[in-house]
Write a protein that binds this ligand. Structure first.
Ligand code: ADP
Length: 268
């Protein structure tokens, strides 16, 4: 079997995208999609930068809701598939925009998932191009990761941000994710420890919930020689902002949590 004839078309489309960053996690529920949303808003804070989010979690798409655009649908033009623009400089593409019923389950085998990811990379018209394409992926290592990696190889992936929680560091999942990146030749840009302490909504004091493992993200980074990008506390206002599709960084610009998020953004 020869090389995929559509790879040059993907590369042509990706020529307008300066940086491509994957967001990964060893397992679900650690806040990978939340971090994707926070980082994207963080990059888009600079009005001179344009950011695209590609939701490749085909069986559990959560970006449209988190970005407050879940009822939108995509449009097809001569230029390709138009993503949904959340702000002037922030757009999202997700399978969710194509489902006639938002609650429909997507039950697809590998080749069909592969086909849609290829189309996302080849056909989405990101306008005048992007400074950052942030790719949200399903938890673990699955077909979607392999597809993204094989289709973007030629155009170049900057690397992956690995999201973990303090408890997860003690488990094998996050190490497997790092090992996957190493085997697949994807540079790990850094580790983010999410939900690393609890910010009390009343007094705003931050307390470690799992004192024995808090700081595990940094320790794992040191052990593996991967940069530590920072910790984001468990802050109920993040969950609420995501549930309502609002930007936490805009709503709580001066909070220590926002500062922690922006520190991660600056580290990238
Ligand atoms: P994943 O993408 O890893 O499955 P999600 O991003 O969907 O995880 O997050 C799981 C749940 O935890 C969501 O309800 C989200 O709002 C919440 N959550 C994630 N990170 C935080 C945080 N730092 N503070 C508060 N809630 C969070």
């Amino acid at each position: 079997k020869g090389p995929d004839p559509e790879i040059p078309l993907i590369s042509q489309r990706m020529a307008g995208v300066k940086h491509k960053i994957l967001v990964l996690s060893g397992k679900g529920g650690v806040g990978k999609s939340t971090v994707t949303s926070l980082l994207s808003h963080g990059f888009a804070h600079d009005p001179d930068k344009t950011v695209g989010i590609l939701d490749t979690d085909l069986t559990g798409p959560s970006m449209p809701k988190m970005m407050g655009v879940e009822d939108e649908t995509i449009h097809i033009s001569n230029q390709g598939w138009s993503p949904v623009w959340v702000m002037d400089n922030l757009a999202v593409m997700s399978i969710q925009f194509m489902l006639p019923n938002k609650d429909d389950a997507v039950i697809w085998r590998g080749p069909k998932k592969n086909g849609l990811i290829k189309q996302f990379l080849k056909d989405v018209d990101w306008g005048d191009g992007l400074d950052f394409l942030i790719v949200d992926t399903p938890p673990g290592t699955s077909d979607e990761h392999l597809s993204v990696n094989s289709y973007l190889r030629e155009s170049g992936i900057d690397g992956a941000v690995v999201v973990t929680t303090p408890q997860e560091v003690a488990l094998l999942d996050v190490r497997r994710e790092i090992s996957f990146c190493q085997k697949a030749g994807i540079r790990v840009l850094g580790i983010v420890e999410n939900m690393s302490g609890f910010v009390c909504p009343g007094c705003k004091h931050e307390s470690p919930i799992f004192p024995a493992t808090t700081g595990g993200g940094r320790a794992l980074a040191e052990e593996t020689g991967i940069p530590f990008l920072g910790s984001i506390p468990l802050d109920p206002r993040i969950g609420i902002a995501c549930d309502y599709g609002e930007s936490f960084l805009d709503s709580f610009a001066d909070s220590p949590t926002s500062k922690a998020v922006l520190q991660v953004v600056r580290g990238l």
